[in-house]
Design a protein around this ligand. Structure first.
Ligand code: ES4
Ligand code: ZN
Length: 325
């Protein structure tokens, strides 16, 4: 049996974490007050009562409007710093943080405000013994023209960004929609990953496009790959990372997909465990490890393998990986 203490003390990397999804009810209320924004709730309990979702769409409908409280550079700094402190206490040694610039620029917040605040937090995180990098995501339900414009705005800051991701509503928004932007980002030296959420229409086709046609290095979620043995073999051979999120899975589907995670690990696919949107999905990274390990009776060796995988598929140098492993 795996104890919580074993999980707590295991050094780990977190590779699937939306910074906007770390907005806890107390910070949401504090920022609403600071920025004179009426969010319709005034207590933590009232905010928590809005967190009722049963699928991706109902979650995203609560998630995006809440971001209105984020207005200033300091707001983005405070958001990221609150998360990074929790990451440190979860023994996260390296984190690659997703952010959604279009969720902010589309409501009039300058790109520079967002990235400057987040970047300043990643610098200050070094004092917490957390190495932090940023992954810029395109909103896949926005146009490819909007993605192109966002990439253009980001390129002057490319030294502050380690890679590109794809998130939000997957329905009828395949990875290939952004093939050109992914090529351009790669040409600029950025790593690439994409969400293929669990149990979506066309899951396998989206995973195939992302892996075989676009050459992504990781898939975020992506556990539906088990349905296609050829793709599983390809992922194992290429060292593709799957960034799984058990508690997130269990909130948008009946399962945390533990059987799939264990099966993929057994087939040599580099799966790892992450928290996705921890303020909304009731748990940070160690809670995700604990839920998975207890519900599926993982061994200590399997849990340690998941943590090793998280460093292996991270976007740090081989030399830096060897320091953690
Ligand atoms: C997300 Cl669970 C999930 N799926 C797609 N996009 C997202 N953004 C934040 N969480
Ligand atoms: Zn996600």
């Amino acid at each position: 049996p795996v104890t919580r203490s074993f999980i707590d003390h295991l050094p780990k990397a977190e590779l699937h974490l939306h910074i906007e999804g770390t907005l806890e009810p107390d910070l949401k209320l504090k920022l609403a007050q600071r920025n004179h924004i009426d969010i319709g709730q005034t207590t933590i309990e009232e905010v928590q009562q809005t967190y009722r979702f049963n699928d991706l769409a109902s979650f995203l409908a609560v998630y995006y409007p809440a971001m209105n409280v984020l207005q200033t550079e300091q707001d983005f700094y405070d958001l990221a710093m609150d998360y990074l402190q929790r990451a440190a206490s979860n023994h996260v040694r390296h984190v690659e943080i997703f952010f959604d610039p279009q969720a902010h620029t589309s409501r009039g917040i300058p790109f520079k405000t967002v990235i400057t605040g987040l970047h300043r937090a990643t610098v200050d995180a070094r004092a917490l013994n957390v190495d932090a990098a940023l992954i810029m995501c395109f909103l896949r339900d926005f146009s490819k023209e909007s993605a192109r414009q966002t990439l253009e705005e980001a390129l002057p800051y490319k030294d502050w960004i380690v890679g590109i991701g794809l998130d939000s509503d997957e329905h009828n928004n395949p990875p290939l929609k952004f093939a050109r932007q992914y090529e351009d980002a790669q040409a600029a030296g950025l790593h690439i990953t994409a969400h293929c959420d669990i149990d979506q229409k066309d899951s396998i086709e989206h995973i195939r496009q992302a892996l075989e046609l676009m050459g992504v290095e990781r898939i975020d979620h992506g556990t539906n790959i088990v349905e296609d043995p050829d793709l599983v073999a390809y992922a194992a051979k290429q060292g593709i990372g799957l960034t799984c999120c058990p508690l997130s899975n269990s909130l948008v589907s009946p399962h945390m997909k533990g059987e799939e995670i264990v099966e993929l690990m057994g087939k040599g696919v580099k799966v790892c465990v992450n928290s996705d949107d921890p303020a909304y999905f009731s748990g940070y990274i160690n809670d995700n490890y604990e839920a998975l390990a207890s519900q599926y009776q993982l061994t200590q060796e399997q849990v340690a393998q998941l943590a090793r995988n998280s460093f292996e598929v991270s976007w740090i140098s081989r030399q830096q990986k060897d320091l953690y492993l």
